[in-house]
Design a protein around this ligand. Structure first.
Ligand SMILES: O=P(O)(O)OC[C@H]1O[C@H](O)[C@H](O)[C@@H](O)[C@@H]1O
Length: 290
């Protein structure tokens, strides 16, 4: 049984949240399972982590989850949409910040025929202050329906970098292209994988690249559909595939790299400048075009 099916079938400690949403415990995580006429999805309260999203129009999850991911407290989930915050990458410990490895609160959940709207929040506490000595309030708004929308807002006196680090499910990474990336990028690997067309990528090896002047829309063109990713108030888009280095990553299957590509909505070159007075936010909207 696939990991997604297993999560869908988990009803331990089940608590009904709304008509299409229940809360359950899966291993060491508390998970919201969403089964709505427009989509199915799940969110872990650890990291406000969207685990998968499959709209009705698609026969496969568009937001992809690794079969080998660990549901351990304090360990980042592999796949879905990790919230990397308040830093991106390995500039400090833990890698990609702490927001993805601490528990968030469910603030609200409502639904209508278009889908489910959920707000999760995180405020500084004893644990977060061990990593980062700032007062902050973070809120993640999710809309899960025919489209998938995430908006992260923060308040507090600090600058932060981050990413909505989306893992997209694809039929085979060698058969897709990603466009709308712009022409300027920072190569994070020593291997060279020059785009054939400016702003468009195809893949035949590991890639880790920060595009610093991306267009507002990235398109992942797959065999019979296109994933349209509208970035909102972002500064960069990261493309990442481990390719066959997946075999060295404990929570990825050896062949799993064929089935996902990361196209991440980021604030790296222009950090989020927050203040105590107003919220600043950035986000992403994901749609499937047939
Ligand atoms: O393994 P993780 O900490 O989740 O990071 C996975 C990847 O995230 C981003 O795409 C970075 O650009 C990569 O350098 C990193 O390898």
């Amino acid at each position: 049984m696939s990991i997604i099916q297993t999560i869908k079938n988990t009803h331990d400690d089940q608590k009904i949240v709304s008509k299409s949403v229940y809360q359950t415990t899966y291993q060491e995580h508390t998970i919201l399972v969403i089964t709505h006429p427009q989509c199915s999805a799940a969110i872990s309260l650890q990291g406000a982590h969207l685990l998968y999203w499959q709209p009705k129009v698609s026969s496969l999850p568009i937001i992809w989850l690794s079969e080998k991911t660990l549901f351990k407290k304090g360990v980042a989930v592999r796949g879905g949409v990790p919230i990397c915050w308040p830093w991106f990458g390995k500039v400090a410990e833990p890698a990609h910040g702490f927001a993805r490895i601490v528990d968030w609160q469910l603030t609200s959940c409502s639904e209508n025929e278009d889908g489910v709207d959920i707000i999760l929040s995180l405020k500084d506490n004893e644990k977060t202050r061990q990593y980062w000595p700032h007062h902050f309030e973070l809120e993640l708004k999710l809309h899960l329906g025919k489209t998938c929308q995430l908006a992260l807002s923060c308040q507090g006196d600090f600058n932060a970098t981050g990413a909505l680090h989306s893992y997209f499910g694809v039929s085979d990474i060698s058969a897709i292209s990603v466009s709308g990336l712009g022409d300027t990028y920072e190569e994070r690997l020593t291997t060279i994988n020059k785009p054939k067309t400016a702003g468009e990528m195809t893949f035949n090896q590991a890639v880790d690249r920060i595009y610093t002047q991306p267009e507002p829309i990235s398109l992942i063109k797959d065999n019979d559909h296109t994933i349209k990713i509208t970035h909102i108030n972002h500064s960069d888009v990261v493309t990442w595939t481990p390719w066959d280095n997946a075999k060295n990553v404990v929570d990825l299957g050896e062949q799993s790299y064929h089935n996902f590509v990361c196209v991440e909505t980021c604030r790296i070159s222009k950090p989020i400048e927050s203040s105590n007075k107003a919220k600043t936010s950035y986000g992403v909207k994901i749609e499937v075009i047939k």
